[in-house]
Design a binder for this molecule. Structure first.
Ligand code: URA
Length: 208
């Protein structure tokens, strides 16, 4: 048996994390090694769980990618289980999508203190995990929820309003960037983000 590479240590550079992630032969191996990653010392010091992500049995046709875990995700170790997750579940169901058949991931796997936006070096260090997760899952369609996720896929100058509503080819996958459920909560049930998110999820459902 090939020995498993050790998890990235304190302050490990992005390319070191990427090397370890790329060596994971399957989802289970990646989850084990990612769960002990301490590359981002500020996040690792206060997290309860590394929120690796939820995956269905078998190859998903759809991957949802958020920004980073919040308090409830950190507590439970599962993505999108707090208020944003509850709204996401409602909108997925309204759009005719089944969360149980989708993979649910985040750009950054550890909760940023106070739910601040992840810093660029944290996104860079965590990117190797997401890159390998996308490779392993090999889903044809990705929905990037919110600006951090949209930027990860479409580049740092991305403006959400300019890119949403249509798929973008990223390495052969159809990437849809749309509002984060937290924006839909912030602007209320009659706000543009909720309507836009539902419209985008409905458009995605029509392609599956
Ligand atoms: N917000 C995110 O971006 N991801 C989660 O998992 C929860 C809230």
């Amino acid at each position: 048996m090939t020995p498993r590479p050790p998890a990235p240590g304190v302050g490990a550079a992005a390319d070191e994390v990427a090397r370890v992630a790329a060596a994971a032969p399957d989802w289970a191996a990646l989850a084990v090694v990612a769960s002990s990653c301490v590359a981002c010392p500020e996040l690792a010091a206060v997290r309860q769980h590394v929120v690796v992500g939820d995956v269905p049995v078998g190859r998903p046709r759809l991957v949802l990618v958020g920004e980073a875990p919040g308090a409830q995700e950190d507590e439970t170790g599962r993505p999108f289980v707090g208020r944003s997750g509850a709204l996401l579940d409602v909108l997925l169901a309204e759009a005719g999508l089944d969360r149980a058949q989708a993979a649910v991931l985040n750009v950054v796997k550890c909760r940023p203190p106070g739910n601040r936006t992840p810093k660029a070096p944290e996104v860079a260090r965590c990117s190797g995990w997401l890159r390998r997760q996308l490779e392993l899952l090999d889903a044809p369609v990705v929905v990037a929820l919110g600006l951090s996720s949209a930027k990860w896929f479409l580049g740092p100058r991305t403006v959400l309003a300019q890119v949403r509503g249509r798929p973008h080819d990223v390495g052969g996958r159809a990437v849809w960037a749309t509002y984060h459920p937290s924006a839909a909560i912030r602007f209320g049930p009659n706000g543009a983000p909720r309507a836009g998110l539902l419209a985008d999820l409905t458009a995605v459902a029509a392609t599956l």
